[in-house]
Design a protein around this ligand. Structure first.
Ligand code: NAI
Length: 330
């Protein structure tokens, strides 16, 4: 089976080539081109393609892929909010994903953002390089003893909660499906309003759905503790970014760490440093000293990208054999 990988960076190619020998029936081809209605023509002669998190798999793209003979799309990511599942089902195109690779990668990145923001490590790094060894403006707080709110305690939220329990935090969580083991380990489940009111640090780990879009909006930000920290390593559109900027300007939010951004698709995973930044909302966010933006890198560990490549090729192999293949249904 010939498979074309879209939006392929050198590290994607390396990770897939490293496991390709285990799947001799799959003939891999790579392109840096993102998936768009126009680039669907590249998939002529391929029965399957592989796409990444910001490749929009919408109705027109699916129709164009169907026309050139594509019958399966292997997402090399966990989230599938970028896929029009009803259209895929109508056209008979199978959609597969990687439900879990390394929850630790994302959870540890969220913790990294917390520690960096709190202790101003990003500012200290630049300061000492300039010969400035002063401490003003770098005052942090003990994370130990603080209340951390976890929104969504699936695989990543669970790993994150366990790390924060290890720090000696009080961990509050909300999830429509509470994890009884986590509760036994000391996580207290409550509703979102109570979590937002009590937490010093709020970290988002739920998926993006119609119900969770702009879950964190102006009204909810107003109910948070003044000066609280918000971390989002899940999906950009969980947060209303304009409301976030207003909360930062007023001091309602003390720190913000984002690995995802609602308009990231046209920016992230590419170097735009030779051109003026066209996104004024992101440009404003980047002016705050108490904001850190990373470009959707929370998943990016050696262990995770190896697991992504191996599960993706396993999914395609099983799809070809008519076996269960982590298929996502409408
Ligand atoms: P998961 O499916 O294991 O867990 C998601 C949890 O969220 C579930 O327990 C679910 O019941 C809960 N949930 C759903 N709606 C909720 C709501 N309204 N309020 C509170 N909880 C709710 O997913 P996993 O693997 O933990 O991933 C979570 C998210 O992390 C993914 O959906 C994806 O968007 C994001 N992600 C980000 C990555 C990055 O590199 N930044 C990499 C991988 C995932």
């Amino acid at each position: 089976m010939r498979v074309l990988l879209y939006s392929c960076r050198p590290y994607d190619r390396d990770s897939f080539e490293a496991v390709a020998a285990d799947f001799p029936g799959i003939d891999l081809h790579f392109t840096e081109a993102p998936l768009t209605p126009a680039s669907c023509a590249l998939a002529e002669g391929f029965s399957a393609i592989c796409t990444f998190v910001n490749d929009p798999v919408d109705a027109s793209t699916l129709r164009a892929l169907h026309c050139v003979g594509v019958r399966a799309i292997a997402l090399r990511c966990a989230g599938f909010n970028q896929v029009d599942l009803p259209s895929a089902a109508e056209l008979g195109i199978s959609i597969m994903r990687v439900p879990a690779y390394s929850p630790y990668a994302v959870a540890e990145h969220a913790v990294g953002l917390i520690l960096t923001l709190n202790r101003r490590i990003h500012r200290a790094f630049n300061r000492t390089r300039e010969g400035d060894f002063s401490l003003h403006g770098l005052l942090g707080f003990d994370v130990h003893g603080k209340t951390v709110g976890v929104v969504g305690t699936g695989k990543i939220g669970r790993a994150f909660s366990q790390i924060m329990l290890g720090f000696g935090c009080k961990v509050l969580a909300c999830d429509p499906q509470p994890d009884t083991q986590l509760a036994q380990q000391g996580v207290h489940y409550c509703e979102l309003p109570a979590l937002l009111q009590e937490a010093d640090i709020v970290s988002l780990h739920c998926p993006l759905t119609n119900a969770t879009e702009h879950l964190i909006n102006q009204q909810r930000l107003a109910t948070m503790k003044r000066g609280a920290m918000l971390i989002n390593t899940s999906r950009g559109a969980l947060v209303d970014t304009k409301a976030l900027i207003a909360a930062l300007k007023s001091g309602q939010l003390g720190h913000v760490g984002l690995d995802v951004y609602e308009e990231e698709a046209s920016l992230f995973f590419a170097d735009h440093s030779d051109h003026p930044l066209q996104d004024d909302v992101l440009a404003r966010l980047l002016t705050f000293p108490n904001v850190i933006v990373t470009a959707h890198q929370a998943f990016f560990t050696q262990e995770a990208i190896h697991a992504i490549a191996s599960t993706t090729l396993g999914n395609l192999h099983h799809w070809q054999q008519g076996q269960p293949c982590n298929q996502v249904h409408a």
